[in-house]
Design a protein around this ligand. Structure first.
Ligand code: PRT
Ligand code: ZN
Length: 284
């Protein structure tokens, strides 16, 4: 028995999805089949699909779980649950308008024609904000719609913003912040659910390790108390005496979010020789 996971066949999520499996210690066989593959060191079968089809395949139990953007999960609106955010494939689904348009606020969309590949999410957004506008669904190259007179404004995915810029558009309102997520069919057997939990444990360890750094520093003994308080680590920091009297080496783990802030405070309290390195896995 194997857990079946659906991944994007090619495109923006393909590389990062395979990289995540690899970081979880899961190696795929070097098969020639581009649609199906198996892991040789974990009971996992991989189906490669178009991202738009992944929620349906998971809802229909053709795959047990899948990796896909939240934008696709929400637009397709199938019966699947989001189990874990994965931290890659980040983008925003945004309303964008011609740079010359005098866009004041959402109300400026009243009476406009909006081109998008996300008709459900746009109609929900309009309804919530009590806006009456026409939605024109197109499947690709949405950004050229205003330029060729197909629509007044668009709603599309944005990451760097350069596509909008190159097409004379500006981002006006964000409808959704999205990233790749792990989705699951709610009706997994107990065995499959156990496998999913094993996989999830590995995914969370990998994610946690990316958010933390291992830190080593030298501290004067009379400042150890305050320095240890700044570095609580997983339980408490390791403190080892240095050969030079009056000094200790302190080892701990810091969260990337307040990393620079902590480094400044450590230095202000006399820490020296600070070394920082990435963590490969973090199991708490
Ligand atoms: O063939 P298949 O249907 O599987 O792939 P696809 O062409 O539909 O999707 P793909 O590979 O382009 O994107 C897969 C997923 O990546 C999306 O569903 C999002 O969850 C995520 N993602 C992250 C993005 C972007 N960033 C992104 N920038 N998807 C698309 N874009 C496009 C956007 O549509 C626009 O054309 O990139 C352009 C804007 O990028 P910037 O950097 O110029 O702003
Ligand atoms: Zn797609």
């Amino acid at each position: 028995m194997k857990l079946k996971i659906a991944l994007q066949k090619s495109g923006r999520l393909y590389e990062d999805s395979l990289k995540l499996l690899k970081e979880c210690g899961i190696e795929l066989t070097n098969g020639v089949n581009k649609l199906r593959n198996e892991a040789f060191n974990f009971p996992l079968e991989v189906l490669f699909l178009r991202d738009d089809d992944i929620p349906q395949y998971v809802a229909d139990s053709v795959a047990d779980i899948g990796i896909v953007g939240e934008n696709v999960v929400n637009e397709k609106n199938k019966s699947v649950s989001v189990i874990e955010k994965l931290g890659f494939g980040k983008c925003r689904l945004s309303i964008a308008v011609p740079r010359t348009m005098d866009y004041q606020n959402i109300k400026s969309l009243n009476g406009k024609k909006i081109a998008t590949s996300y008709p459900l999410l746009v109609s929900q957004f309009l309804e919530t904000n009590k806006i009456t506008a026409e939605i024109h669904e197109i499947s690709g190259s949405v950004e050229i719609a205003p330029g060729i007179g197909l629509a007044d404004v668009i709603c599309d995915l944005v990451s760097s913003g350069s596509t909008l810029f190159l097409n004379g558009l500006k981002e006006a309102d964000v409808i959704l912040h999205s990233e790749a997520v792990l989705i699951s069919n709610g009706e997994l057997s107990r065995e499959k659910n156990d496998l999913l939990n094993k996989l999830l444990f590995r995914v969370q360890s990998v994610k946690r390790s990316k958010k933390h750094k291992y830190i080593l520093l030298n501290a004067p003994n009379d400042k150890l108390d305050v320095i240890c308080k700044l570095l609580p680590g997983m339980k408490s920091p390791t403190v080892v005496p240095l050969a030079e009297e009056g000094w200790s080496s302190v080892h701990s783990v810091v969260n990337e979010d307040d990393f620079w802030n902590i480094i400044e405070q450590l230095m202000a309290h006399g820490a020296q020789g600070i070394l920082v390195s990435p963590i490969e896995k973090m199991i708490v």
